[in-house]
Design a protein around this ligand. Structure first.
Ligand code: 4AD
Ligand code: MG
Length: 463
């Protein structure tokens, strides 16, 4: 008999038909006449309760000793309406096959483990309730990302992982090299001879696919990239990873207003998708991880995002009766405490801030006439702060070249990017959504390292 997923079994009626299920034992209760154990296969939050009549002799004493938490089993039996509370159906076993034993020191015994401890056993943590739920919600969100853009006719562009250009100009890139680090080839002046390196020049892991996806927008109109990005920032926070996934749409013939609307529609779509498709997992997060999260997300779906300029936001922060660690003044990059204050105390929901000072933003953003600000937009949300960063792009060749010159950039390396402004330049805009940040937002998980299978952060690369 072909085994069914526990999800499909639990969604059906207990009509005594013969079925087979397989999974890992979560818990076991051994009473005088009956053995109860629960198996989970990851297909849904709930486990299947298996009931074994001891008198039937189908589980020997020896096998019973081996039915330990963590062991893998296949069970054949009859699916019946459950006698107990909490589940609709249960499986009356006719045959129990031990597939893989679990040693007695299995680290996931039935008790609450701290997230810190679970990070040390990241290879086993998907067997816990929380990480099983995170894994399914993460999967649902990536499906929703593609559904949203595909429904709107956007093309998915696979932008490169290894790159010769620094998209954000922030300089926090991981270098990629095949040079022998113990014997690096050098020029006469002592500098490294990158001509002998694999690509014949210095190269890096990408921090963003934007420059390349902009390229495709300037031919294909509406496009997006969704892939891993890498940042060598030494930030040990609950919202930074060194390797994270980013979704970056880019739209030709689109200004900042269109961009803001797209970002808002996108976030609402993602939230609705999860609320409609992951209700069992969301009930768990709502109850055990972040109380009220379902109601909060629904409220976001049902209301409009507040818009505010950076300058207005600074006025509010300046007037705030708060003891700042970092005093706000026009020109600063907003700190977590400022973003928290704006979203939680002032707005009570997401806010889109626009028109930031040009000196704290990347070279490619469209310059405003005031000479001080650029057409940037960040979407901030309660608890997390920045979740989206984007802008209208500078489409004027001379202005872009001038800005690159001011920022000491070597424009010869970006000649291909400047060509987009030479041949049929169009207004275009886009943004980047940090995928792990949206998973955090939706689930209420506190630490970004707990919403990605194997987190990479400073001094963290196990598994
Ligand atoms: O604001 P950022 O740096 O923007 C860009 O990379 C642009 N090229 C996007 C674009 O316009 N196409 O990053 C975008 C988002 C942030 O808002 C944040 O959600 C996430 O990426 N992010 C990180 N997530 C986890 N760990 C990090 N170290 C992150 N850095 C940025
Ligand atoms: Mg940003």
């Amino acid at each position: 008999m072909n085994p069914s997923t526990i999800f499909s079994l639990l969604s059906s009626n207990g009509d005594s038909r013969d079925v087979s299920a397989q999974g890992w034992i979560r818990t076991k209760r051994d009473s005088k006449n009956i053995i109860f154990f629960e198996i989970n296969d990851g297909s849904c939050f709930s486990s299947m309760q298996v009931v074994v009549d001891k008198e039937s002799g189908l589980v020997s004493e020896e096998l019973n000793h081996k039915l330990l938490t963590g062991a893998s089993v296949t069970v054949q039996g009859r699916l019946v309406a459950s006698q107990g509370k909490g589940q609709g159906v249960e499986l009356i076993a006719d045959e129990v096959k031990l597939i893989g034993e679990s040693q007695a020191d299995y680290p996931l015994q039935k008790k609450r483990h701290s997230f810190e401890f679970l990070r040390e056993i990241a290879h086993l943590r998907p067997r816990t309730n929380t990480f099983g739920a995170v894994t399914r919600v993460r999967n649902a969100l990536s499906t929703a990302v593609h559904a949203f853009f595909q429904e709107r006719g956007f093309l998915w562009i696979h932008t490169p992982i290894i790159t010769g250009s620094d998209a954000e100009g922030a300089g926090n890139m991981f270098q990629v090299t095949s040079l022998n680090m113990d014997d690096v080839p050098r020029l006469k002046d002592g500098k490294i001879d990158y001509q002998q390196d694999f690509f014949g020049r210095k190269s890096h892991l990408t921090v963003s696919g934007q420059l390349q996806v902009e390229n495709f927008a300037c031919s294909m109109s509406n496009v997006y990239t969704f892939g891993p990005t890498f940042r060598a920032e030494n930030s040990n926070t609950t919202r930074h990873l060194s390797e994270f996934w980013m979704i970056e749409p880019e739209m030709a013939f689109c200004d900042l207003d269109g961009n803001m609307q797209m970002a808002e529609d996108f976030i609402k779509y993602l939230l609705s998708y999860v609320l409609n498709n992951c209700s069992e997992d969301m009930d768990f997060f709502n109850k055990w991880v972040q109380k009220g999260t379902i109601e909060n997300l629904q409220k976001v779906v049902d209301s409009s995002f507040t818009h505010m300029s950076y300058t207005e936001a600074l006025k509010i922060l300046d007037k705030a009766d708060t003891k700042w660690e970092y005093k706000p003044s026009w020109g600063i990059d907003l700190q977590a405490e400022h973003e928290k204050y704006l979203t939680e105390e002032v707005i009570g929901g997401p806010v889109t801030l626009t028109d930031y000072p040009k000196d704290i933003k990347a070279f490619y953003m469209k310059q405003n006439d005031d000479g001080k600000t650029v057409r940037a937009m960040d979407v901030l949300v309660p608890r997390l702060g920045e979740i989206i960063g984007g802008s209208q792009r500078e489409d004027n060749l001379e202005k872009l070249q001038k800005r690159m010159y001011e920022m000491n950039m070597d424009s010869s390396e970006y000649d291909w990017y400047l060509d987009l402004r030479r041949y049929g330049s169009v207004p275009h805009s886009g943004f980047g959504l940090g995928f792990e940040r949206i998973v955090q937002y939706v689930t209420g998980m506190q630490n970004i390292r707990d919403v990605i299978p194997f987190p990479r952060a400073p001094k963290t690369i196990s598994f």
